[in-house]
Design a protein around this ligand. Structure first.
Ligand code: B12
Length: 249
């Protein structure tokens, strides 16, 4: 099915790498017109429209996951390519991020609604030097939705910030996010600090973020790597089981 939203079809023309173009257009093509409109308004940074369309789509019966995947994340994928290729700059990305947050404000309560027993306590933060928080916040939303108690320590979090939060909240799992190749090593530094403090066995540590890979996670000594917010939940569940096994000897 062709992309019906003219503005979005035009935006896709900025994605000139054939592999990327195929990937993103295949993600957009099957989506409903209102999702394409949402993706477009996010790209152009129109937060009031994203806010309105999100509410409208929820009323129309679209699920929170559809809104996230078909609308917001498809838009953000094009923003990412345009930013990398110097077609837009930090201010434009910030207004797109603001539009993303406007949509997420309606989606979050739905994804987080869960009456389940707490599945475990998780500390989530973006590592030192890194201010990207959209992916971390998505993971937090999904973790809360799956019944975890999550303490968000925010961005630019030092190893000590993670340690203090684990001690304060008696957490089981630590999740670290990094979006910059220059800040990824701070994941390893944080893990080393847990070791130095004699606290490494108290928690299980998972890492993620666009540039992070399983190999990198292994190298840093993390216990798990997750590629996306759904995997963050799966990994957190696995780590809780692992921790219980470890503690029971
Ligand atoms: C939005 C954005 C910004 C915004 C951030 C706003 C905010 N509040 O977050 C602003 C404008 C502030 C920004 C600034 C910069 N940015 Co920027 N930014 C982006 C952009 C376009 C999107 C990131 C994003 O939100 N993606 C959407 C989310 C949903 O995806 P995600 O973060 O990957 O998260 C998912 C998974 O990775 C995973 N995940 C994430 N965390 C975790 C944690 C765990 C534990 C687990 C299991 C999973 C997990 O789950 C998430 C959901 O599925 C990316 C490009 C891109 N496509 O990645 C560049 C990008 C990350 N930025 C980049 C750069 C260079 C910068 C700047 C240095 C630019 C500059 N010259 O100033 C600054 C650095 C500021 C700093 N100190 O951090 C580069 C990094 C290049 C590199 N190799 O390091 C990128 C890749 C752009 C590019 N292609 O060049 N940026």
């Amino acid at each position: 099915m062709p992309i019906t939203h003219e503005g979005l079809a035009r935006e896709l023309e900025y994605v000139t790498n054939p592999g990327e173009h195929k990937h993103i257009s295949e993600a957009i093509e099957p989506t409903a017109p209102i999702m394409q409109e949402m993706a477009y308004e996010l790209i152009v940074g129109n937060n009031t429209e994203v806010d309105r369309i999100t509410q409208q789509a929820l009323q129309d019966g679209f699920s929170a996951n559809q809104l996230l995947d078909d609308g917001l994340l498809n838009g953000m994928a094009i923003v990412g390519v345009k930013f990398r290729d110097n077609l837009i700059f930090v201010p434009e990305v910030l207004v797109a991020a603001r539009a993303m947050k406007a949509g997420m404000a309606h989606i979050e309560p739905i994804l987080s609604a869960s009456g389940a027993e707490p599945a475990g306590i998780v500390i989530m933060g973006t590592v030192k030097g890194d201010l990207h928080d959209i992916g971390k916040n998505l993971c937090i939303m999904m973790l809360r939705g799956a019944g975890f108690i999550v303490h968000d320590i925010g961005v630019d979090s030092s190893p000590e910030d993670f340690i203090d939060a684990v001690e304060e909240h008696e957490a089981h799992v630590v999740g670290m996010s990094a979006l910059l190749t220059t800040t990824m090593p701070n994941m390893g530094r944080t893990i080393a600090t847990f070791e130095d403090m004699g606290m490494r066995d108290e928690v299980r540590i998972m890492v993620g973020g666009a540039p992070v890979t399983q190999d990198f996670a292994d190298e840093m000594g993390a216990d798990a790597y997750g590629d996306n917010a759904v995997e963050a939940v799966d990994k957190a569940k696995e780590l809780i089981v692992l921790l219980e096994e470890l503690k029971s000897g």
